[in-house]
Ligand binder design. Structure first.
Ligand SMILES: Cc1cc2nc3c(=O)[nH]c(=O)nc-3n(C[C@H](O)[C@H](O)[C@H](O)COP(=O)(O)OP(=O)(O)OC[C@H]3O[C@@H](n4cnc5c(N)ncnc54)[C@H](O)[C@@H]3O)c2cc1C
Length: 468
């Protein structure tokens, strides 16, 4: 079979690339080694984790804030089997949706491991031992990533687990150690802490969500400690873990170099993700992955060193986020169609779906200082928001960073209710190179959480916030 484009991997990068290629009239095929489409994001990432975050949030609110609202419930308990079954159903609906979209766009699908024979020939190795060979003008590699393994701490998938297993536990653990204070560790830690597990986060760095604006991590740590009783062991270097029966013992060195250890029912290793290129046969077309992170090198058009072979998503440089992978999929499809697409890598929003949610776009204060850019900052706390008082979501703040001379917005960082959705306003404003005063002068509905962004913009403009 001769194709214009073959996409290898059906995660958010691959499936979006395939659909856009088909929309643009290219004869398109996609190869996926698993039996369901959607990759990490739909099967074991964004979607199932958000399903469990939503369920656990309902339980936590019912247990802790319903009585304040004047709602009394009796005999509240978690039905873990049902919670996981609902999550599985959400995943099934989403992956089935991709199958439908492939059919609708007349994209040929192949189940098996795709690998390069040469740059125009792809072999599909099926699980029953059979193989098929396809030819193509172009290839888009979208093979994603896998959880990063610690060589001194082997995952047994029973007690020492990754995010994948953490999405299917059959019980609410009494105690859980999460290695890594990044997005995935904090989200999954929140799920179980809300259900009643004593969760301890062990992190090597001095702060959680270390790549985001420093104020966000500080506030998130304070709130997770206060509202969920989560414990944080910062500056701790994990040295190993052993299991005995149902107990896992994690050992570490604290900042003073002293040995410490914790016992728990489960230990989640959430220390990041590594690009996945195994079995792709990159050596057959002369592509070498980077030593650190195993990423595939690409140029500014996301083309590899081999003409006609592109790579997108987690398998290349940049943020490991589903929406970044999707945008890159569109970018390559439109480039292949002769268009001139554009991605602004500085305006890819980052979100942490804890409660309060954390969201960020553009430069952090730390980056602006490092670059020597003169800026002004305006903040607004949710405790001064009428909407937040009504819903008892008064933790957190919005911070707007603007150029000191031109007032152009350079970064927006927020922690608070619905920050994940609110950040979109900041992204749009920044894509249109709005000033802080632009947001400050735009009418925001009352009462909404978005008023906090307007107030922070007012504060940045001329210290003109009205409600503080
Ligand atoms: C627990 C968790 C929660 C997350 N939450 C979020 C979130 O809320 N928001 C967000 O933006 N991101 C989130 N992410 C990250 C997000 O899932 C990834 O950034 C995204 O899935 C990357 O997309 P991708 O298309 O590059 O690769 P993937 O989604 O990893 O897909 C790659 C696909 O390629 C297939 N494949 C690999 N090799 C081959 C081969 N040789 N032949 C055929 N098929 C192959 C794989 O089976 C896989 O299906 C989360 C991740 C995890 C683990």
């Amino acid at each position: 079979m001769q194709y214009d484009v073959i996409v290898i991997g059906s995660g958010p990068g691959g499936y979006v690339a395939a659909i856009r290629c088909a929309q643009l009239g290219m004869k398109t095929a996609i190869i996926e080694k698993y039996s369901t489409f959607g990759g990490t994001c739909l099967n074991v990432g964004c979607i199932p984790s958000k399903a469990l975050l939503d369920s656990s949030e309902h339980f936590h609110n019912a247990a802790h804030s319903f009585t304040t609202h004047g709602i009394n419930l009796k005999d509240l308990k978690v039905d873990m089997k049902q919670m996981i079954a609902r999550k599985d159903d959400v995943v099934a609906q989403n992956t089935a949706g991709i199958t439908y979209l492939f059919k609708k766009n007349k994209i040929d699908t192949y189940e098996g491991v795709g690998s390069f024979v040469d740059k125009n020939t792809i072999k599909v190795q099926k699980s029953d031992g059979k193989a098929e060979t396809l030819t193509t003008k172009n290839v888009i590699i979208a093979t994603g990533s896998k959880p990063t393994a610690l060589p001194f701490l082997p995952v047994d998938k029973k007690r020492i687990i990754t995010s994948t297993e953490a999405l299917t536990l059959k019980e609410v653990p009494k105690k859980m150690i999460v290695i890594g204070g990044g997005v995935i560790g904090l989200e999954l830690g929140s799920v179980y802490a809300r259900l009643g597990t004593q969760v301890s986060i062990v992190e090597f760095m001095p702060s959680i969500i270390g790549t985001m604006d420093a104020g966000l991590g500080k506030e998130l740590q304070r709130v997770l400690k206060k509202s969920l009783g989560m414990e944080f062991f910062m500056g701790h270097k994990v040295t190993g873990a052993t299991t005995k029966g149902k107990v896992v013992t994690v050992t570490a060195e604290n900042a003073k170099g002293e040995a410490v250890q914790w016992d728990a029912d489960y230990c989640i290793v959430a220390v990041g993700r590594t690009a996945y290129t195994e079995g792709l046969g990159l050596e057959n077309i002369g592509i070498t992955v980077e030593e650190r992170g195993r990423k595939i090198p690409v140029n500014e058009h996301l083309e590899t060193s081999v003409k006609g072979v592109y790579a997108i998503g987690d398998v290349i440089k940049g943020a490991m986020l589903a929406h970044k992978a999707e945008d890159e999929g569109i970018y390559v499809a439109e480039t292949l169609a002769g268009q001139k697409p554009h991605i602004n890598n500085n305006l890819i929003p980052g979100v942490v779906y804890t409660w309060p949610e954390v969201a960020s776009v553009g430069y952090t204060e730390e980056q602006l200082k490092e670059k020597g850019i003169a800026y002004k900052a305006g903040s607004f706390p949710f405790k001064a928001s009428g909407r937040a008082k009504a819903s008892m979501d008064t933790d957190g703040f919005v911070k707007v960073l603007a150029d000191k001379n031109t007032d152009e917005i350079l970064g927006v960082h927020m922690i608070g209710p619905r920050a994940a959705d609110m950040i979109a306003e900041a992204v749009v404003a920044m894509e249109f190179r709005a000033s802080a005063e632009d947001i400050a002068r735009i009418c925001h509905a009352h009462p909404t959480f978005t008023e906090a962004l307007k107030e922070a913009a007012l504060a940045a403009t001329d210290n003109r916030a009205i409600h503080i």
